[in-house]
Design a protein around this ligand. Sequence first.
Ligand code: NAD
Length: 473
Amino acid sequence: MTQTLTTGFTMTIGGKSVAGAGGFGVVNPATGQVFAEAPDCSREQLDQAMAAAKAAGVSWRKDEDARRGAIKQAADALLTHTEDLAEVLSAEQGKPLKAAAYEITETARWLAATADLELPRTVLQDDASAYAEVVHRPLGVVAAITPWNFPLLLAGWKLGPALLAGNTVVIKPSPFTPLSTLRLGEIVASVLPPGVVNAVSGGDDLGAWMTSHPAVRKISFTGSVPTGKAVAAAAAPDLKRYTLELGGNDAAIVLDDADVATVERGLFWGAFINNGQICAGIKRIYVPERLHDELVEALAARARSVRVGAGTEKGVQLGPIQNLPQFERVRGLVADALDNGAVAAAGGKPFDRDGYFFEPTILTGVAEGTRIVDEEQFGPALPVIPYRDLDDAVERANNTDYGLSGSVWSPDLDRAAEVAARFDSGTAFVNDHLALQPYLPFGGSKWSGVGVENGPWGLAEFTELQVIYRNRK
Ligand code: NAD
């Protein structure tokens, strides 16, 4: 059967809707079929977007109150599109419609909260000899590059603070999920002066063109570790500033006094939300030997009861894996674990249907040295690893190049917080995981990132300091 392609998606450049120089297909992961065409941005069009952003910055940087108002307007405008945007997001990303709508309302909430952030001028000296203050200045044009797991929320994390700080933006989504961001670009740009936000789409090459473009002064990147390293290298010749939000291999450590019935739900959804395609999700669980079997059984029961299906099916809790390479990766990691002695307490293979559906999988009999424990699986498969000695568990949790977050689970909050503080990670949770908020700085240690997003700290990363010193002598 030939499917009619949804067309008409355009880029936003200098306040105008612009068709691509060419186009590329977007796959619905619930069917594995191309369902829409996205515009493919040429180098000339990228130059136009950069020139528009640069020109718009001249007046945009002047009026902070106007910027706050415009960001709030953008948040409101976004909310009026929750339903239609959720359909686009669900179709291209795979997540259930309800989760897609939630991503949109969260993006609006984040934008609105960001609009209220402050970076005050600080007086450093005020005496007979001098008056000195330090102020935050915008950097200029920001290149914002996002991945396919939360295209809109992660775009919002960049747009809000970049704009509030007085910068202008060219944003590029993943080629796997370009459509919702193009729509977001249109919606946001409709309440802003032309050129302040430009949205373009294309392949990975377009990202590389952006990071080496002379107009760009700051790169705000979310994606994988290898691409993050390429971004840092591309930024170096021009000393562009950058923030990198990269991958994770978060550990959850269950303490020996934990009640399995109390913690299993939080552990499960801390790992499987968004089908495990979340940078700061639980990627491995360490559990005392005594509680291992009980926890595995509880997680497996939950994994078996989850409703998996197309985002448009009623009552569905998890969708397909977002794209074919990622589906093959998860399938390969699970197969490798099973070949090396692991046991699937639940799941372990793809569903027998079209699209990229994989059974929620709980693995036991697996430890460090197996790929699914050592690498970031970024999918619906979770290894549960027994431990005898808590210090040893902490050491194993930290024995990775990643350091996004980690969690400790116990009714004894103080003891758990002491253990959590030992994670080499940007965030350490107690009895929770993924409790992200607009006022909490989010970032990674080691290879999980450089810099942070969110809160005044994230906002500051879109600025540079200037000291203004008046000699009074
Ligand atoms: P990816 O690195 O393949 O792609 C991310 C973005 O970078 C895409 O828009 C892509 O087109 C672009 N890109 C590719 N090559 C580029 C280059 N050379 N220069 C500039 N841009 C380039 O990542 P992905 O597969 O889309 O996303 C999954 C990864 O993202 C996972 O590792 C996940 O952990 C990570 N992630 C991190 C966070 C976080 O906040 N830390 C959040 C979500 C996802």
